[in-house]
Design a binder for this molecule. Structure first.
Ligand SMILES: Nc1nc2c(c(=O)[nH]1)N[C@H]1C(S)=C(S)[C@@H](COP(=O)(O)OP(=O)(O)OC[C@H]3O[C@@H](n4cnc5c(=O)[nH]c(N)nc54)[C@H](O)[C@@H]3O)O[C@H]1N2
Ligand SMILES: Nc1nc2c(c(=O)[nH]1)N[C@H]1C(S)=C(S)[C@@H](COP(=O)(O)OP(=O)(O)OC[C@H]3O[C@@H](n4cnc5c(=O)[nH]c(N)nc54)[C@H](O)[C@@H]3O)O[C@H]1N2
Ligand code: SF4
Ligand SMILES: [Mo]
Length: 692
């Protein structure tokens, strides 16, 4: 596969709402420059700093370029090169032998190293379904928020990012777009120049909060209460759009009763903010026509995350903000794209499907799962794990247990990677995967509403192979003959979308190949006339589906698992709430090994409020130890009121082996799950801090 033109069209593969279109300059078969496509409306020619350095990552001297097998102790990270044939034979021998005993003893583990629909979850999923392997519940990031939207709007859908530029008030809620969604921030700044008021709702004065007109620094995990308190004011001051409520919502009377139990005085106590702030926020929100809410995933990594998103998602339906294209809310736009996940993943290949599907393991409890001896309830002990598109030893919660699980001598571990990550160190078999410049893929976006195509710009570096090609090879070696396992990447890509869907009217595979992207055909103001995707077709304040599951049908505030309200005894021992949101120059744990980007971040830091630092005799720049019953890590203290009192912040996600003490923030995070969706609770974590 040679570069077809001087510019190859590519798509940023990273887990970021912006899904930028890229242009790759190729000279003599080598990618020398990657820039944002000026013609792609959401990208507008700009990439973030990290991805502008993409070529540096592709040709990095430590790139994995050949299959390798373990020669040292488990976790030591010593390997020797082998051929692909040897690699497939080694893998197939182990996986076949384990499958003869118990197919479910093999577990795939993957997340969003690439968001591509082909290199993400196509041939790999088909392979594991055919094998009868355990299934992975991919809930490490967004599942609580996704569930909150599903029960309220019916899907992960909302406003168009572009129209935020016309909004008059923007609540940036649990989001840090300067770091994590730069192109949304550009739209928010356009709005600011036109006079819009930007309000950040975040316990931490993030880079974004710093640049907003107002920053509401609530206690982490209390957003549900704040939204209910706003509703209380909207109701008592009649800042409601009664016509919209009557026509397009379900359960107003019940929601109203719930909101009345959250007067601002109570909410002020829960959130740790002044009563007047809540009242003023609700008044401004309720009296502005073009009021827009940009939620992001930072607010749902706590016990009540699903309910919080549900409560916030109700707000624009109470005020009728949806009537304007510059009003409403956005957490994800990913549900707009007509992705055919059945065709991509082929769950019907599972033995026993649909009557009986393979067991499902929640990825957030991977530590416990790997250490489980197996029993009737759990099913067979996990004997093999195949990791691709993810770095669980660095990113999964309760890392001491995750690492202990991966260190098991009797666990057979295959890792498909670009680099020798913390997880790769534990591999028995380490396989070199291609990057986005070397393989074909198609994408949807969860921040804009285009579908996109990525064509290979260069040949694979070294002996690297696409994930798809690796799983095809493995299937062949295992003797599988199911044709779906051997489809080409282009065939898989063509099956990724329901081309007949009205949102893709006038678009087909050939046009997508020419243009590189296509905007979905959607109304500007998606819910101006209702049209929610719930069973009732309305915005469901009251969810019959939740009621049927025996859950609260209305949104409510649930205190964090780890808080003075939720666990007073624990809070007495570990009084500080710790959050570990993304550092600007890393993308989760990706790019931590790129020297220029790591140099900008420096070293692991802990932001701590002056009052909390003083009480612990900690001065700015001191090394501190952060700990709880699960583990500990070290960082350099930054004494700053960016963190509200009672909160400490350690920007993440460091590779453990590139941190001075070989540890990272997930040493202290927990495997507990959220209220809805079974999501991770990274920001629901109590710790104590002391001088190291
Ligand atoms: N540069 C960069 N960009 C990224 C990533 C990255 O690692 N680096 N990661 C990507 C991925 S996978 C994701 S999911 C997104 C994540 O990006 P976002 O969705 O923006 O989420 P976070 O950065 O986790 O958190 C955003 C803000 O929420 C705040 N926050 C924490 N707890 C709470 C809370 O309880 N309530 C409220 N209101 N706010 C809270 C944090 O302080 C943080 O400033 O970004 C993507 N983009
Ligand atoms: N403490 C703390 N922990 C967190 C978070 C947090 O905010 N704080 N955020 C959480 C969130 S939101 C998320 S989404 C997860 C992210 O967790 P992960 O999805 O595991 O993300 P990364 O750490 O970026 O690791 C992705 C890996 O995939 C590899 N990769 C990329 N493309 C390909 C490919 O085409 N093929 C193969 N085989 N490999 C590829 C990359 O080299 C990289 O090592 O982390 C979670 N963990
Ligand atoms: S990480 Fe996000 S902002 Fe950066 S290039 Fe990729 S899609 Fe664009
Ligand atoms: Mo994420």
């Amino acid at each position: 596969m040679n570069a077809p033109t001087e510019f190859a069209r590519a798509v940023c593969p990273h887990d970021c709402p912006d899904t930028c279109a890229m242009r790759v300059t190729v000279e003599n078969g080598r990618a020398i420059k990657v820039v944002g496509d000026p013609e792609h409306p959401p990208t507008q020619g700009a990439l973030c700093t990290k991805v502008s350095r993409y070529a540096e990552r592709v040709y990095h001297p430590r790139r994995l370029t050949t299959p390798m097998k373990r020669v040292g102790r488990k976790g030591e990270g010593r390997f020797e090169p082998i051929t692909w044939d040897e690699a497939f034979e080694l893998a197939a021998t182990h996986l076949s032998e384990i499958a003869r005993r118990a197919p479910e003893a093999t577990l795939p583990y993957s997340y969003a190293g690439t968001m591509g629909l082909v290199q993400g979850d196509s041939i790999a999923q088909r392979f594991f379904h055919k094998l009868g392997a355990s299934q992975l519940d991919r809930t490490i990031c967004a599942a609580a928020g996704a569930a909150g939207l599903k029960y309220t709007y019916g899907a992960g859908i909302g406003m168009h990012t572009g129209f935020f530029a016309e909004s008059e008030v923007i609540l940036i809620w649990g989001a840090n777009p300067i770091a994590s969604s730069l192109h949304f921030w550009t739209r928010a700044q356009e709005a600011k120049r036109r006079g819009a008021r930007l309000i950040a709702i975040d316990p931490y004065r993030s880079l974004t909060a710093e640049k907003c007109h107002q920053h509401i620094a609530l206690k982490p995990g209390t957003d549900g209460a704040l939204a209910l308190g706003m509703m209380n004011v909207l109701v008592t001051e009649n800042l409601l759009d009664h016509a919209y409520i009557a026509a397009h919502t379900l359960g107003f009377a019940e929601l109203k009763a719930r909101a009345l139990s959250y007067p601002p005085s109570r909410v002020s106590e829960i959130c740790g903010i002044e009563e007047q702030v809540i009242v003023d926020l609700a008044r401004l929100y309720g009296s502005t026509k073009k009021a827009a809410i940009r939620m992001n995933y930072g607010l749902q990594r706590v016990r009540g995350g699903g309910n919080a998103v549900r409560a916030i998602a109700c707000l624009p339906s109470l005020t009728g903000a949806w009537r304007e294209r510059a009003g409403g809310a956005l957490l994800s736009s990913g549900g707009w794209a007509p992705v055919d996940s059945h065709a991509l993943q082929r769950p019907d290949l599972m033995p026993g499907w649909p009557a009986k599907a393979s067991r499902v393991i929640n990825m957030n409890a991977i530590g416990d799962a790997l250490l489980h001896p197996g029993d009737a309830a759990f099913g067979p002990k996990i004997e093999a794990i195949v990791v691709y598109n993810s770095n669980p030893v660095a990113v999964a919660p309760d890392s001491e247990r995750v690492a202990a699980g991966f260190a098991r001598e009797d666990l057979f571990t295959i890792v498909l990677e670009h680099f020798q990550t913390d997880t790769a160190d534990y591999a028995d078999l380490l396989l070199p995967a291609t990057t986005q410049l070397e393989h074909l893929d198609v994408h949807k976006s969860y921040g804009h509403t285009h579908v996109m195509l990525n064509l290979p710009a260069i040949d694979p570096v070294g002996d690297a192979r696409p994930n798809t090609e690796i799983f095809r090879g493995l299937a062949r070696q295992m003797g599988f003959d199911e044709p779906a396992l051997f489809e080409s990447d282009e065939t898989v890509a063509q099956a990724a979308f329901h081309w007949q869907d009205t949102t893709l009217e006038g678009v087909d595979w050939e046009t997508l190949k020419k243009t590189g992207w296509a905007k979905l055909n959607l109304p500007d103001a998606p819910f101006a006339d209702g049209g929610f995707r719930t069973p009732s077709g309305k915005c469901e304040f009251y969810s019959e589906r939740l009621a049927q599951q025996g859950r609260d049908p209305l949104p409510d505030y649930l205190p964090p698992h780890e808080s003075a309200d939720g666990a007073p005894e624990l809070a007495a021992r570990y009084p500080l709430a710790m959050i570990s949101p993304p550092a600007r120059n890393f993308l989760n744990s990706t790019f931590v090994n790129i020297e220029s980007l790591r140099a900008t971040e420096g070293e692991p830091h802990l932001d701590i409020h002056p009052a909390d630092a003083h009480a612990r005799d900690i001065i700015d720049g001191a090394q501190v130890r952060i700990f709880n019953d699960r583990g500990s890590m070290q960082a350099r203290a930054r004494v700053t009121d960016k963190a509200r009192a009672g909160l400490v912040v350690g920007l993440s996600i460091w590779w453990k082996k590139l941190a001075p003490d070989g540890r990272n923030a997930n040493q202290v995070t927990s495997q507990a799950l959220t209220d809805l969706g079974g999501s991770a609770t990274f920001y629901d974590c109590l710790v104590e801090v002391e001088r190291a």
